[in-house]
Design a protein around this ligand. Structure first.
Ligand code: NAD
Length: 390
């Protein structure tokens, strides 16, 4: 099959197996080229197939030689449909890891469910005995509970509507958008999906099963960002869920497992593409950070998290015990430039004010398009294998 991108709204409905493989390889090569701390040797990553979770898995495997189990929620190819990008990323990661003599197994299913928790715990018991680190990196629009109730998360403000600039990426047009407040019910549902309840359920279930080692730590990811995104993010419905995630970190820590929130940089992922206002901010941020030589992607962020902030002696945290990987994004000089560009950005100056090409390049790369050395006009086999447990 010759596979081309087919973009619908915020997602691309096709993915390229060779492109995904090349991009996973680039991330592995990056980690291999860096000095390594002495980190955990057995790592579970929940939400391991894309974005920060995939980069966490690659970092643990190739910085520390860690055995990794990844929990993913992806689809293999069927008929004339390609697999999801997360499936291809995982197939590629497993193949590289196995060739390099590293244990890597994957469980494919809904991480919110008890069934997948039980299956994961059984696999840990069988193959690893225990794990030393749990990365919780789910980003999901919905969560289905054991009784069948489904909660959907929303990306809205809380309290007041908020109007600011946004970009229609397809037409490259900047316009104002008003984001309306979520209802109390919508906020509660967003907290159910993206808050800390399920993270804690994972840790509690693993503790009860005896599959967390004495030195085990856990980490989940959050975002704060500058004031212009606050009504939409930090103070919005997703921010309420992140507050809950933070509260869960304190509770999990108090109950015996050090639990960290890592505040990461804003990056193009499948999840962030769907948030109003944020993609325009990200494309200005890319422009400014690239000009200053301090731009990072998921893999550079996860490298710093594990090798410099978490496992390089005592954890490096702010006064609230959070790890700040947004330290470069939030530098006053960077934010001042972003603010200045934000104030005057419009459709006719997009190219000078923002890195729209960089945004698009990252977006397509999420699905394996635009990788160096891949012939996208060639036939390729869309069927790729993810290990025994998927
Ligand atoms: P992503 O969409 O790239 O990855 C999310 C992962 O979760 C995917 O592998 C997906 O398959 C998996 N997943 C979703 N639902 C699942 C389910 N039910 N069961 C199993 N797996 C499931 O997202 P991301 O941007 O890497 O986000 C990961 C975390 O990082 C989130 O908590 C997000 O809020 C946070 N974060 C993201 C950014 C950003 O700018 N992208 C910044 C800071 C923090």
């Amino acid at each position: 099959m010759v596979i081309q991108p087919k973009v619908r709204g915020f997602i691309c409905t096709t993915a390229h197996p060779d492109g995904c493989q090349a991009i996973v390889k680039e991330q592995i090569d990056y980690i291999k080229s860096q000095p390594h701390a002495n980190g955990p040797k057995r790592v579970l990553v929940v939400g391991a197939s894309m974005g920060y979770g995939l980069a966490s898995r690659i970092t643990a495997a190739y910085s520390f030689g860690a055995a990794t189990i990844g929990v993913i929620f992806d689809k293999p190819a069927s008929g004339n449909r390609t697999a999801t990008a997360g499936w291809y990323n995982t197939a590629a990661f497993e193949a590289f890891a196995h060739a390099d003599g590293l244990y890597a197994e994957t469980i494919n299913g809904d991480a919110y469910s008890q069934e997948i928790k039980d299956k994961t715990i059984a696999l840990i018991k069988k193959d690893l005995g225990q794990v030393d680190m749990v990365v919780y990196s789910l980003a999901s629009p919905r969560r289905t509970m054991a009784d069948g109730t489904t909660y959907s998360s929303v990306l809205k403000t809380v309290g007041e509507p908020y109007t600011n600039k946004t970009i229609d990426l397809k037409n490259r047009v900047v316009s104002d958008i008003t984001v309306n407040p979520a209802t109390d019910e919508e906020v509660a549902a967003t907290v159910k999906v993206m808050g800390g309840e399920d993270w804690k359920e994972w840790i509690d279930a693993m503790k009860a099963a005896g599959v967390l080692s004495e030195q085990a730590v856990t980490v989940a990811y959050s975002y704060i960002g500058p004031v212009l995104t606050h009504p939409m993010y930090a103070d919005g419905s997703i921010g309420k869920a992140k507050d809950h995630l933070f509260a869960a970190s304190k509770q999990i820590t108090a109950e015996g497992v050090p639990a960290y929130i890592s505040v990461n940089k804003a990056l193009v992922t499948q999840s962030s593409a769907a948030i109003p206002i944020v993609p325009l901010y990200i494309s200005i941020l890319y422009k400014v950070m690239k000009a200053h030589g301090c731009h990072e992607g998921c893999i550079e962020q996860m490298y710093r998290l594990m090798n410099q902030k978490l496992f390089n002696g005592d954890a490096v945290t702010d006064e609230e015990n959070r790890i700040r990987l947004d330290d470069l994004e939030m530098q006053p000089a960077i934010q001042a430039e972003v603010q200045e560009l934000w104030a005057s950005i419009a459709t006719d100056n997009l190219d000078t004010h923002a890195d729209i090409d960089g945004y698009f390049s990252d977006f397509y790369r999420l699905f394996g398009f635009g990788a160096d050395g891949v012939d996208y006009t060639a036939d390729t086999d869309p069927v790729r294998t993810v290990g025994n447990n998927a």
